[in-house]
Design a protein around this ligand. Structure first.
Ligand code: SF4
Length: 544
């Protein structure tokens, strides 16, 4: 087998139930790599590269792809968005690359194949378990005849962990972990792509733990149980026509992960259907307690309410409602809203979707009122995600209002909900650890922590991309905060950083910058001619 060479081109996938744009690595990539190893290929025969690496060095890398017998492109974004850590491959790029690879067999894999898209120059679509198509090509055998999908995945997940070491973000890479695939609801929300998935499975607790063990052994420390539609229904039990959450399985999963990865820095999660919490309060309370016991702080469970308009919920067969979602928000606040290291342990996020059937101008009002009620009830939600529905197959987006109305609504949410909520979540002086700089724009650098829905942090001054620093919060935007590096040594700070200190302004910043040997707060007060309320800086600056 060693003469066969295979390339995996990571075009990044991003689904509501799975992230794969850096700093995340999607499980599909690891499964595919594991399938290649299982088929007998050595690491030297497998070439893994990301679409951003390809773009940066196209001429050299196209020849690497040329020299492969098979090129597997893994792609698929079903959520439109702007990404900081990388730009997913476009359909046009897939076709252009595939067209140039006239000697290699090009296999397209990932959620992209669930969309009814015509993609030219592709030899095969991998519709099955990730990795199965290439495994069969290489071995002429069908392991699937002997093993269930979940067994295949458990096996390949362990073998494929090694690819993380090839990722350009390693070791600052979040390993997205899958617990199950598909939506457990019998009838699906009409706008959602989960119902199109032909292969669905539940993974075993042991399988996920073994995978984490191997990932941790290879130096990975950041994990997100992000790849499933509702973590509370992992290993749920069928009772009559209902799926009842299984607290024992989730306790085993979390405690097992902690045992095999004792040095992990992040253990976060993603989606939960709020109706599961509201419908099974006892089981949900136990599970929330378990998650908060084993996770790391700053965790978020995204709740897909999608709309607070009952007409929209009905028209789209959405399985939750305002009342259940509010109840779930309250329960989660009570169970896990406490702070650890200064940040809330586990909070809900709210997803709202627009362009849904049944929408009208009233929908925006109902959504806003729902959010206002959360704020007025002194509850915390970590983020409110308002996005547009992605047209899928025959689902047609509708807009019962003008673009102008929608813009106004979003501005109102930003001003009246997001900003006060951020102040409540991350009060001034909160310390956020390990913020990684990802972008520099003018005199501001932007970074995020590794984890689930990390807050965007603007750091005054031009920092190095990839630099890691702790920051102290000094100000709040709508969806981001401003933070100064912590500890902030006033004698070593640049003018842009000094200017960002509350109420300092340009002239005072210059005066401080020129001085450089300030001893203490009193000395600083003297340098500023007692023209400034020096108490404001008491907790923000150090002098050596
Ligand atoms: S509950 Fe609805 S939106 Fe969520 S995964 Fe299932 S079908 Fe999709």
């Amino acid at each position: 087998m060693s003469e066969v060479k295979v390339s995996i081109l990571d075009g990044y996938l991003d689904e509501p139930s799975c992230l794969g744009v850096p700093p995340y690595i999607a499980p599909h990539i690891r499964y595919t790599y594991g399938a290649l190893k299982d088929a007998g290929l050595k690491n030297k025969d497998i070439n893994y590269l990301t679409i951003d690496q390809f773009r940066d060095n196209e001429e050299r890398l196209i020849s690497q792809l040329h020299n492969s017998e098979f090129v597997i492109i893994i792609a698929g974004t079903t959520v439109p968005g702007r990404y900081l850590g990388g730009q997913p491959i476009s359909l046009q790029e897939i076709e252009e690359i595939a067209k140039r690879l006239d000697q290699a067999q090009v296999i397209l894999s990932g959620p992209i194949i669930n969309c009814s898209l015509e993609v030219k120059f592709i030899d095969q679509l991998a519709k099955e378990v990730p990795g199965l198509t290439i495994y069969q090509e290489l071995t002429n055998t069908n392991l699937h005849n002997k093993l269930e999908s979940s067994e295949l995945i458990d096996r390949w997940a362990v073998l494929g962990a090694e690819v993380t070491n090839e990722h350009p973000n390693f070791p600052h890479l979040v390993c997205e972990l899958e617990t199950f695939r598909g939506c457990p609801r019998e009838s699906h929300c009409s706008f959602c792509s989960e119902g199109f998935k032909e292969v669905i499975y539940q993974r075993s607790v042991e399988g996920v733990i073994k995978e984490v063990k191997n990932l941790a052994k290879l130096g990975n420390q950041y994990f997100r149980l992000g790849c499933q539609t509702d973590l509370l229904l992992y290993q749920a039990k069928q009772v009559g026509d209902k799926l009842v959450p299984n607290p024992t399985a989730i306790e085993k999963l979390y405690s097992g992960i902690r045992e095999v990865a004792p040095n992990l820095k992040v253990l976060h999660m993603d989606n939960v259907n709020p109706a599961t919490i509201a419908d099974f309060t006892d089981e949900a309370a136990q599970i929330l307690e378990t998650i908060a016991k084993y996770n790391t702080a700053g965790d978020v469970a995204a709740f897909g309410l999608e709309s607070a308009d009952p007409k929209v919920l009905k028209a789209n067969n959405i399985g939750t409602n305002k009342k259940k979602t509010m109840q779930a928000i309250k329960m989660m606040n009570e169970a896990s809203g406490y702070r650890e290291d200064g940040v809330p342990k586990l909070l809900p996020g709210i997803n709202l979707l627009h362009g849904l059937q049944g929408e009208s101008k009233k929908t925006m009002e109902l959504n806003f009122n729902f959010l206002k009620k959360i704020l007025d009830s002194d509850l915390l939600v970590r983020r409110i995600n308002i996005r547009q529905v992605n047209p899928l197959k025959d689902y047609e987006a509708v807009h019962g209002y003008s673009k102008h109305d929608f813009k106004e609504y979003k501005e109102k949410v930003n001003e009246e909900i997001n900003k006060p909520m951020l102040k409540r979540l991350f009060p001034v002086e909160t310390i956020l650890k390990e913020v990684i700089i990802e972008e520099v724009k003018g005199k501001l650098s932007f970074g995020r922590q590794l984890g689930t829905y990390p807050i965007l942090v603007g750091v005054p001054g031009q920092r190095e991309i990839g630099e890691i620093l702790d920051v102290k919060v000094i100000d709040h935007g709508y969806r981001s905060i401003t933070g100064l590096p912590w500890p902030f040594n006033i004698n070593q700070a640049g003018v842009a950083e000094l200017e960002a200190l509350p109420g300092i302004g340009k002239k005072r910043a210059m005066r401080i910058f020129m001085k450089k040997d300030i001893k203490d707060l009193e000395h600083l007060n003297e340098i500023l001619d007692y023209s400034y309320d020096i108490e404001k800086l008491k907790e923000l600056v150090v002098f050596d």
